[in-house]
Design a protein around this ligand. Sequence first.
Ligand code: FAD
Ligand code: SF4
Length: 522
Amino acid sequence: MRNLVLVLGDQLDDRSSALDGFDAKQDALWMAEVDEESTHVVSVQPRTALFLAAMRHFRERQRALGRTVHYTELDDVDNTHSLVGELRRAVKRLRPSCLIVVEPGEWRVWTALESAAEELGLPLEMRVDRHFLATIEDFRRHALGRKQLRMEFFYREMRRRHRVLLDDDGEPVGGQWNFDHDNRGAFPKAGPGRLPAPRAFKPDALTREVIAVVRRRFAKHPGDLDAFDWPVTPEQARQALDDFIEHRLPEFGRYQDAMWEGEPWLYHSRLSAAMNLKLLDPREVIAAAEQAWREGRVELSSAEGFIRQILGWREYVRGVYWLKMPDYADLNALGADQALPWFYWSGDTEMACLRDAIGQTLRLGYAHHIQRLMVTGLYSLLLGVRPAEICGWYLGVYVDAVEWVELPNTHGMSQYADGGVMASKPYAATGKYIERMSNHCAGCRFDPAKRTGDDACPFTTLYWDFLIRHEKVLAANQRMALQVKNVARLSADDIREIRAQADRIRANDGAPPAAGGQLGLL
Ligand code: FAD
Ligand code: SF4
């Protein structure tokens, strides 16, 4: 055999550069399902099922093109359940002259494949991932010589380079680059009204097979597979895109940051997993949103707000990841040293906002950006959870989680563990933020305005405790100056009470069975 083309679970791109020059007579594809990928962090059942279902559909598409696919299934008796173990077995049997793969989405996998190829004495050709609009090298060039990285500058560069939402003179349409201030609306008190249900994809026979395997093998991992309705093929992913553009994009901009109890999808696209698995090309998504605006079907603030997430944030976080790894993952700028609260694995807490966000996360493998950043992420930041523990949680519980996108968002943007590479200041807030953006507080036994006392909101207590604990570091950050100044207004008694109440919260959060391992998940 000439080339063995390795296809990883998040590389299901029919137009992948790994397939350039593929000759069905001399080359073959290789794919492997292994337990390791669902257990190195505890992966919720919908996440594992989505990856495996999409992989098996990719295998069938390739076989239909007359290509040989060597594929290990989870239940195969000889499965070693590690990617490298399976690669070793395949190479021994097939004796290829060369291994080809597209740039993996995790440092761990990239280095493991390089070491495996060396050990096997085979050349490994690592090809550029054309799915992204900016290459790893493009981002390095962007970062070169800059003292500080900021998404906004990168985003403007990308808009210009790819001619997105520009007028004929090359200036941003609508006269400004960013409509962020129009993207922060909350729902009226009466609620969001009738929400357009996202298009659901009923599992076909192949997906049902996967669901049965996942249920059996990962019975202790959280997740509701009866509710599984994610797109698992490029056709379905395109239908999901059309459905979003028509029914939810018009209100996406206004309610991008809003939350509502019991409503997981609101006006969000649910397209991250389809894009991250490479079932959907981000260029197609961006073009569809721009076209909807040009045809007058949506306002510019919605189209721009949505495009910014994909052309801006999504490409930016990938750039940061590959620029800063591997040291990035070990940073702990705020010296956070607490265990992940046990209820992150059950949702069993009196805090209504966390109960709702964690509950839907464990059940569906989904929460939208503000739930991740300003509920689960905020609580962990204020409490001071060890970055590796909270990152492990985020990597396992979301259907769209792959490390290149999960790590900068969690470690950097949400936990400020990188000391300001991703975000210019920590996203620290009291429960009042959650009260403003949702209806959670109305049904909660805590009061978001109170920082001490039996009914004080733990977010509010921990916010003040956070400012007190990190006063010196935060005071050096101009963007935090106003917030930190308020600490000086506290009396010695106030500080003592806040700190004592924060200690009680920490003791309580760490008490019952802590972390996935102790819940018997591993
Ligand atoms: P929408 O709200 O409809 O947004 C549209 C698209 O924009 C998304 O599909 C996504 O591709 C992109 N996008 C939006 N924000 C970001 C962002 N900050 N970074 C990268 N892309 C973005 N996203 C992931 O894809 N995988 C992750 O593992 C992940 N982990 C996160 C962890 C934390 C702590 C935070 C704060 C954010 C994380 N995000 C992650 C970003 C964002 O929350 C999700 O992309 C989004 O919620 C997915 O839902 P959606 O497709 O309905 O998105
Ligand atoms: Fe969350 Fe605090 Fe509001 Fe309760 S009062 S829902 S804990 S922010």
